[in-house]
Design a protein around this ligand. Structure first.
Ligand SMILES: Nc1ncnc2c1ncn2[C@@H]1O[C@H](COP(=O)(O)OP(=O)(O)OP(=O)(O)O)[C@@H](O)[C@H]1O
Length: 645
């Protein structure tokens, strides 16, 4: 393609005044690209942020080889392999000398080269190289002449010691969330999106006090249970909550429940509300807690050893034959053998896991005890986990059931003993560790002296009053390990968040482009497509609702999407998504796509060459202009979408 057919933007006085390009050029001084601070000042949820300089999703990515799109490097002057290649500004100069024919269509001025030779030259132009290998090393970062203009901005260069890395496979994966995080989130979503089958639990009320609906039991029904657990959705917000229903509740003393509502700690399931109801055909008290999707009790996760225990959590070879009947009396030999089998099967938990659980539970107890409260029911069924977070659940339920005066100091001591029993059970991987000597023997053989001492301290009730703060020196430096692990996790999530922010921003641009690009002729009066007809391609109905009168619809312009601003956006869409190689094969490069969308969203002053479909003309426009076109066209559609006042 001959450079002479490129038409650059020239100062307004070089273009006819009726040209919309002139208007855009004039406006471009006020586009967000002119002042970063100005753009930042305008930043809101509804407006796109200014151009970003660094793209987190490509951070640490290596330089890759690129196929060269025909309409990106079509002009010989821009072929990237020549160090002497003129810069885009040189092309501007060249094109100024060419003869250009201009035509005004529908208020938009189009430009065509009238130089026949130049058209021939475009046909005869040597094809660009199929592959441009980017040299490794620091010079690649500086943007040597052989690099594509976007490659230098997209990727951090490969460190020298890594050598040339030009492989493209796998690059796309870096645009998206790693599978590990994705599956964790999907698992939670799966739980949240589970819908109750209304016929499965006909005995459950439709709602509780018109506040909570869609009740689903979280556990199998137990005859004569004094408490039952449900998930329910709040009628107004739709948010899920975990409900603990206390059956046949008659006491009205809820003073301590109000104190529990004040406990806001990451290792305590927060009590949000409580109320009494007759919706279950009795007088029940309902405690409303935060819902944490995919939670599992420590009992099910680590201690039951039965079906609920997933193979990954507990070694599948470690099976407790008594697990189906937890109350069955166990001979001493069984207890000891069960522990020894756990050791032999490698089913013992790593010490780091135990410390992580203990640090979190002591943190929870510290907060609870310093508020003058006590759990009074700390056992493996009242501690839930999702991911690596541990939380004490159903706090306050015992206080609601037994609200009478309680010796809080003693109750707090009992909490510490309960924590010791829980730690011992986890260390032995069984709740049947009544034989303290045998259990502690196992602990001292399998774990550090620090862990053994901590458990002994918690279990020893004779040596004076214990306090949760005394545990801190025993935890010692392991506390830092926990903090570091949490910070690493937070870093990983923050990185993902940064990437997703960019992905969300680009999605917004894509949505706007999709709404505007090649929008079909607006529906004529008396033609109404219902949502269902649109999705099933049915013939439109004849009588529209009153709101579909078409007088405001895109000025009744049947070719709206083909003219004016929208034409440029159409060419830009072609450039983005429909590029082909010299051989006519589709050229798709996600890095290039993302780069262009980022430029568009940021409204950068960089220019892009857009070629008409017949390849007879090229428009050189800045991303700032394109952004302006997009915003304006999208606004027009949104205005037309509003029903007339
Ligand atoms: N706040 C919560 N958010 C989400 N799920 C929870 C929450 N609290 C508990 N769960 C889950 O609900 C299920 C039932 O909990 P529950 O405490 O009733 O277990 P349980 O072993 O039956 O104990 P209990 O015998 O005391 O009822 C468990 O799988 C638990 O992980």
């Amino acid at each position: 393609m001959d450079p002479s057919i490129f038409l650059p933007f020239t100062p307004p006085n070089g273009l006819p005044q009726e040209s919309k390009l002139v208007t855009y050029m004039n406006r471009s001084t006020t586009t967000p690209t002119t002042s970063l601070t100005q753009a930042l000042g305008k930043l809101s949820l509804d407006s796109s942020p200014p151009a970003i300089k660094k793209f987190p999703m490509f951070y640490n990515q290596v330089l890759i080889s690129e196929f060269v799109p025909m309409n990106y490097y079509g002009a010989p002057a821009m072929l990237p392999e020549s160090p002497d290649s003129p810069s885009p500004s040189t092309i501007t100069t060249l094109s100024n000398t060419s003869q250009v024919h201009q035509e005004n269509v529908g208020g938009t001025t189009y430009f065509y080269s009238t130089n026949a030779d130049s058209l021939n030259a475009s046909v005869l132009a040597p094809p660009p190289p199929a592959l441009v290998f980017l040299p490794p090393g620091p010079e690649a970062c500086l943007g040597p002449p052989g690099l594509s203009p976007y490659a230098t901005q997209m990727y951090a260069c490969a460190p020298v010691h890594m050598g040339p890395m030009s492989s493209k496979p796998g690059l796309a994966a870096t645009f998206y969330m790693p599978d590990t995080i994705r599956s964790e989130i999907y698992q939670r979503n799966e739980d949240v999106f589970l819908q109750a089958d209304p016929h499965q639990y006909p005995e459950l009320p439709d709602n509780l006090e018109n506040m909570y609906a869609e009740l689903i039991p979280l556990e199998d029904p137990v005859p004569h249970a004094i408490a039952t657990t449900y998930r329910a959705a709040h009628c107004e917000t739709g948010e899920n909550y975990a409900l603990r229903r206390l059956h046949g509740y008659t006491t009205m003393n809820t003073k301590r429940l109000d104190a529990w509502k004040q406990i806001d700690h990451p290792n305590v399931v927060r009590l949000e509300d409580h109320f009494t109801t007759k919706a279950f055909n009795d007088h029940s008290m309902v405690l409303v807690y935060q819902y944490h999707p995919s939670s599992m009790t420590v009992m099910n996760k680590f201690l039951s050893g039965g079906a609920a225990n997933t193979a990954s959590e507990a070694n599948s070879a470690f099976h407790d034959p008594f697990s189906s009947d937890p109350d069955a009396p166990r001979p001493y030999t069984h207890q000891k053998n069960a522990m020894l089998r756990a050791v032999a099967c490698g089913a013992l938990l790593p010490e780091a896991v135990l410390w992580s659980i203990l640090v979190q539970l002591t943190a929870a107890l510290r907060s609870i005890h310093s508020a003058g409260l006590a759990c009074r029911s700390l056992d493996p069924t009242k501690v839930v986990m999702n991911g690596c977070r541990v939380r004490i659940s159903w706090c306050g339920a015992i206080d609601a059931l037994h609200p009478n005066a309680v010796d809080i100091t003693q109750a707090q001591q009992d909490d510490l003993t309960a924590l010791g029993r829980l730690a011992l059970a986890l260390a032995c991987r069984t709740i049947h560790c009544d034989n303290l000597a045998a259990s502690m023997d196992l602990v001292s053989r399998s774990y550090s002296a620090d862990l053994k001492n901590l458990i002994l301290y918690l279990l020893s009730s004779s040596g004076g009053r214990r306090s949760v703060t005394d545990l801190m020196p025993m935890i010692g430096a392991r506390f830092y390990t926990q903090v570091e692990a949490l910070e690493r996790r937070a870093d990983a999530f923050e990185d993902q968040l940064a990437m997703e922010i960019d992905n969300g921003r680009l999605l917004r641009v894509l949505i706007k482009l999709g709404v505007v690009n090649e929008r079909p002729e607006p529906p004529k009066k008396d033609t109404y497509y219902s949502a269902q007809q649109r999705s099933t391609n049915m013939t439109p109905a004849v009588h529209p609702p009153a709101t579909t009168t078409s007088h405001s619809q895109l000025n009744m312009d049947a070719s709206w999407s083909e003219t004016g601003n929208r034409y440029m956006l159409k060419l830009f869409r072609d450039y983005l998504f429909h590029s082909v190689t010299e051989e006519g094969r589709p050229w798709v490069d996600q890095a290039h796509l993302t780069y262009c969308l980022n430029q568009l969203d940021g409204g950068s002053a960089n220019k892009v060459e857009l070629m008409s479909r017949d390849e007879q003309s090229v428009l050189v426009v800045s991303y700032a202009e394109l952004k302006h076109c997009l915003e304006q066209a999208f606004d027009e559609v949104m205005q037309a979408a509003d029903p007339p006042a």
